[in-house]
Write a protein that binds this ligand. Sequence first.
Ligand SMILES: [Zn+2]
Ligand SMILES: [Zn+2]
Length: 377
Amino acid sequence: MRTHAAVLYEREKNQPYAQSLPLIIEEVELEHPGADEVLVEMVGAGLCHSDLSTLNGTLPRPVPMILGHEASGIVREVGTGVNDIKVDDHVVFSFVPGCGHCQFCAVGRPALCENGAKTNMAGTLLNGGVRFRNANGQPVMHYLGVAAFAQYTVAAQESLIKIEKDIPLDKAALFGCAILTGVGAVMNTARVAPGEGVAIFGLGGVGLSAVMGAKIAGAWPIIAVDLIASRLELAKQLGADFAIHAGEVNPIAAVRDLTRGGVEYAFEAVGNTKVLAQAFGATRTGGKTIAIGLPHASQQVSISGLALVGLEKTIMGSFMGSAIPRRDIPRLISLYQAGRLPLDMLLSPSLALDDINEGFDKLAQGTAVRQLIRFNA
Ligand SMILES: [Zn+2]
Ligand SMILES: [Zn+2]
């Protein structure tokens, strides 16, 4: 079949993207799903900072490629060997397809799946296949096994989480990345307990989700740190007790002042190792720093080796919220339905697929939090 898609041919084009057009909107050919694969009609797809990092070269991936990894849709066709997912099912995508049998899947850490990581790097589906071709017959790669910026996509069944039909399907896309990553970092990676102090550096979709997670966890105080006043305001609406403008005050000193010596947990959701060092400095003795944002491969982090040892501090990475998507996405949806995870507040005005380049300009400038492409809107 033919499908409308936004294809990345060349990374590191200049901004504004509305002029340089790194994503070309075109018709591509999509094969039927093979064994263990599923054809999905997209309903919602979020613009995430990781997509932007691939556009700007921070996280290079092979091209041509269809980006997009935070998505939801309706199953239209299933391949052989797909038993748990049926036509018309509603699904959310997981951007790491857990193979189920590698050493990490075996110990319950599918976010670290070896086979999923390998095929995600290669830009293929979990079985190594590529199902898109452009008009020249050239294979078009799948971003993180999802390739969300297309009207239709084919994905491995391991990339899909079935959800109930009474959940607004377009917004449900956010459970696949922003919410899973941000709330997961608080609940799974850090395991924040009631009354523990939390600081969150960087208030994009993931950082603001971490604020919501900290609120649910009963953290106190919750301190939000950013350079954009409107985001600090939003963080307060989502449950932050204090907001620190890192351009106006020294955020390390400000966090330490508010907490008599630092927080138990500091989260970095920017992907900047200088900010990560600030987060580390804002933790108290015995505190933990959780790195969520993905920095450029060349960036090294510089922290006090003495404080690390003498103050028994910990620095740890959190990838995809250390999540088990099949366990966590239904739990997060329950919290949303109970009114305890107000993800609607993250949503900036939505877009059509044709306006995707402008959308990435807004994300790069920080003037949008979570923009959702609504297909057929
Ligand atoms: Zn993402
Ligand atoms: Zn695995």
